[in-house]
Design a protein. Sequence first.
Length: 372
Amino acid sequence: MKIIVFLLFLTVIIVINLSAQGITIGIGTTFALGGATLSLPNNWSNAGIFVPGSGTVVFDGIFKQSIINSSGETFLDLTINKASGEVMLDNNITINGNLTLVKGDLDLNGDTLTLGPSALLHETSGNTVKGTIGVIKTIRTLNANPGNIANLGVDISDCPALGLTTIERGHRPDTIGTSSSIARNYMIIPTNHSGLNATVSFYYNDSELNNLTEANLGLFKSIDNGVSWNAVTGTLNTTSNSLTVVGIESFSKWSLFSSINPPTDIDQEKMEMESIPKEYFLSQNYPNPFNPTTSISFNLPKQSHVELRMFDVIGREVAVLVNGYLPAGRYTKTWNASSFTSGVYFYRLNTQQTASSERETFISTKKLLLVK
């Protein structure tokens, strides 16, 4: 009995020491937080198992702190309340309760932060999720008039049920010619995708203005993942940091640019020169996971015979998106998988350049996930 009591006491001491510094969960170790609040002025590193319970993890150090778990980490409630510095992801994380930024930013650092089915984001002025690469996202089944989903900053009303919907928020400014957007954009992909007649307010933070004059902001929509943009008439409210639009019929990618320097004034000759890529390339589909459509982009530096084929997880061909000759350029093809079941699929690009002086073949295969 004395040995058991001593071990329990030792465990408490260890947890207190971890709380006062950082935390390292070793391989084969399980750390259950229970209902406690764990304050960390240093890094989080987990190679074992973390059970969040009903507890809260608080990052409150004065320097940059990291969240490290190569398998991805899941928290219930995560709070950032730092006197200085930021918290940076080294991997994907999931929040199932509340992500609260009281003071200090969370840098996505190229990773994905997923808000679970009932999770909420709480940001304050100047204290936000950020990162030139990486996204914060949620996937939810949305009924009519869903409001500000997960507090991500896109408030949808006056619309029918959208069904299973993916909302991604990115923070890399889009640049077209001499025009750049703010450091926030939204990709919205619902199952019910047309005839919506929705009213939507898009929110932003002053820290994301990217040197643009706030009073000149205008809303723009892209249906090709930021290659081109079209202006959408809306009402700007600089007090609430929002731009509201009525009568939206469909969703795609959205961001705010300067209305007096819109993303359309591009030197045509320069654009044509830059449109010819220097090498073959197959991009990861976007969005991924997706439902029911996704876009696949590829580059051709030379005229080539091109095959872009879709396969299921056991290697059966299920669709052919391209089969023929294409000139050099950049291409985007859409796969509509509405008639297919959920699961893992693959797409393969096979190109053959057959000029008399050279024969060049490029083959690349990537994986995508259909979620219904």
